[in-house]
Design a protein around this ligand. Sequence first.
Ligand SMILES: [Zn+2]
Length: 85
Amino acid sequence: MRKQYIAVTYDICEVEDLFMDMHEYVFSTDQELELLVKKFADIDIAPLVRVYTTTKEDSSDPTFYKDFHFEEYDCGCEKLDTNQR
Ligand SMILES: [Zn+2]
């Protein structure tokens, strides 16, 4: 059984009670996993990327692997900062 990974990007806003999945990215190596995950976060401006593992033969039952949090993409609507995106 060959392993593969699924990264799901999430849009989160605690103020608006939002926790929405955006896109799924499938890849087959954990080499430079963090770099890859950061790239997905950059594309979707995602504060959270959740990574699952599955096998190529059966991707119907993914196993939770790891969460990656990107503070730079945290929702800014709580902060009364004039420097918002
Ligand atoms: Zn917000």
